[in-house]
Design a binder for this molecule. Structure first.
Ligand SMILES: [Zn+2]
Ligand SMILES: [Zn+2]
Length: 378
């Protein structure tokens, strides 16, 4: 018996993508309760079958289920087979999930972790991340990039007890309720394919639109240099592949009063200081701003461009400063930022992939363009 078991284990697929992935659901929401709808599918809570609807509520650090079955304690585990279970609730979009769901609570707020096979997760990610893309080859490039990114970033939230969150911090995962056929095709036709660089899966970062040149990763984050995350010119000069992106060129006016509020909120200046100017003091290899200086009545404060981009995004919305690829024009009481592209600029440019695919490039050529020197391994 023991020998047979060993043989079975040895024959089991060794690919890491066969491992389930644990994703935190509704990670940007704070909520005390969630509804489960099991119509037409089998949802088990522990060993028992849930009929119809149920409601899981946080009670301090415990959870309780009210339905035809009563359950509660430190955690509730449910498993949804078949099509999946619909979750919804006050302030929560209604979404379909499949696999194991673990509900727990902390200080009256629910935490939901979904454990599901990587390829199922991927069809949801590609559907959300490539929702604006129309080209088959662009969606396939997105599928390989997202699959590889998942493997190399599985430890993003390991200290919090799961692998990935479902927001753009990791990758968008709005469940399985609206899987687009093009996304499913992309995930299926590239099943198991990963980007490798010199024998190891690549850090396959991607973003919306680079603005003409992708960013060197080390200009954006203080991580170890990766040879394939360098600045790539995205298509012919003056006509980048990603120029088809809606809102590719953007312009934002920021009054010094608004800049003061943002800079105080972010802790760049103190509460007694007023912002009186803003300039770029250093540029990265791709032409993006690398460092900015905020002037006040008394001093100049240097802020890394990535921190500025995130600081403004969090306080004034992500549409205000869409990337760190911009120029600054100063007025009397304001500055105007004129920029191109959106997102951090590292790795694959999603709109550039779409532009390349429209010109007839294959997903392999697209991946080779944005991650030079990598290879696809199945
Ligand atoms: Zn995350
Ligand atoms: Zn681009």
């Amino acid at each position: 018996m023991k020998i047979l078991l060993l043989i079975l284990l040895a024959a089991a697929p060794a690919f890491p993508q066969e491992k389930p992935i644990e994703v935190r659901l509704y990670s940007l929401h704070k909520f005390p309760a969630v509804e489960l709808e099991s119509d037409g599918v089998s949802v088990f809570v522990g060993e028992r079958l849930l009929k119809g609807r149920g409601r899981i509520t946080a009670r301090g650090n415990l959870v309780a289920l009210d339905s035809d079955i009563k359950a509660g304690g430190a955690r509730i585990e449910a498993t949804a087979y078949g099509k999946g279970v619909w979750l919804s609730g006050k302030g929560l979009p209604r979404r379909l999930y499949r696999g194991k769901l673990t509900f727990s609570a902390r200080n009256g707020k629910l935490k939901i972790i979904n454990s599901l096979p990587l390829e199922t997760y991927l069809s949801g990610v590609v559907s959300a991340e490539a929702s604006d893309l129309s080209q088959r080859e662009a969606c396939r490039a997105q599928a390989v990039a997202a699959r590889t990114y998942t493997l190399t970033h599985m430890y993003n939230h390991i200290k919090e007890g799961y692998n990935m969150c479902d927001s753009s911090h990791c990758q968008l995962y709005p469940g399985l309720g609206e899987i687009q056929p093009k996304a499913q095709e992309a995930a299926d036709s590239t099943r198991g394919e990963l980007l490798y660089y010199r024998g190891a899966p690549a850090d396959a970062f991607y973003h919306s639109a680079c603005g003409g040149h992708t960013a060197v990763m080390t200009d954006v984050w203080p991580f170890e240099h990766r040879k394939y995350l360098v600045s790539v010119r995205d298509g012919p000069a003056g006509k980048p592949y990603c120029s088809i992106a809606p809102g590719f060129y953007w312009k934002t006016q920021i009054y010094y009063s608004g800049l003061t509020r943002i800079a105080r909120g972010a802790g760049w200046i103190s509460s007694g200081e007023e912002a009186t100017g803003l300039r770029i003091s250093a540029w990265g290899a791709s032409g993006r701003a690398a460092k900015l200086e905020i002037y006040t009545q008394v001093r100049r404060v240097t802020v890394p461009a990535t921190e500025f981009y995130h600081g403004v995004g969090r306080r004034a919305g992500w549409q205000a400063v869409r990337s760190s690829f911009f120029k600054i024009y100063s007025g009397k009481d304001h500055v105007i930022l004129e920029g191109a592209g959106s997102g951090h600029g590292v790795g694959m440019c999603q709109w550039g992939a779409e532009g390349m695919a429209r010109k007839g490039f294959s997903y392999r050529a697209i991946l080779q363009h944005y991650y030079p020197g990598t290879e696809i391994i199945k």
